[in-house]
Ligand binder design. Sequence first.
Ligand SMILES: O=C(CO)[C@@H](O)[C@H](O)COP(=O)(O)O
Ligand SMILES: [Fe+2]
Length: 220
Amino acid sequence: MVEIAPSLLSANFSNLQKDLDELKKSNIKYLHIDVMDGKFVPNISFGFPIIKAIRKDNDFVFDTHLMIEEPIRYIENFKKCGSDIVTIHYEACSNLDETIEKIKSFGMKVGLTFKPKTDINKIIPYLEKIDLCLIMSVEPGFGGQSFMEDSLEKIKKIRALIDEKNLSCLIEVDGGIKDFNLKKVIDAGVDLVVSGSDIFSNNENSISRQVEKYKKIINE
Ligand SMILES: O=C(CO)[C@@H](O)[C@H](O)COP(=O)(O)O
Ligand SMILES: [Fe+2]
């Protein structure tokens, strides 16, 4: 069953818990949390105090997507503020194996992702060592961008490899997902779908109605 991971980046920060309560009522399991440092990507989002604060009253799986240089420096902080999955960027780590091991040593699940221009073949050797492979379908840094169609081939390629080797690694897609392209990424083979602007700031539907729309498509 494909799961939806709404991206906090597009939530209403002046009344955050209201949006989170709506997700809870819609039985959302995962919350995608984008952390940006203004260096690895040209944008700054939020950090530990916010994550820690929302952890108190929310039991979503905290799927933290770290768009920060050398995330190995902060793994313990993410554990302390309540991350369940820590996804790191291939390009941001000078010692990727050590970073992966450190995340595991704190009992968290490891996700690995890469920028759209990075060669996917560099990621393949890690599929056996990670819990989640995140396919970026936009340049990381901002919500509300358009889906990059060539991501579909990447998803299919990773799906085939995971199935062939019978690995437990999940596939997540992130960026530009809307109700009208959801079916395509599902058919390509994802397990988890991140969606920010299309769920939190949809012109036609409230958060819960848009989640219902997604669920309908997933169950088709
Ligand atoms: O990691 C990122 C952007 O860097 C994403 O998680 C976005 O927050 C997704 O937003 P939409 O494209 O769905 O609006
Ligand atoms: Fe993200």
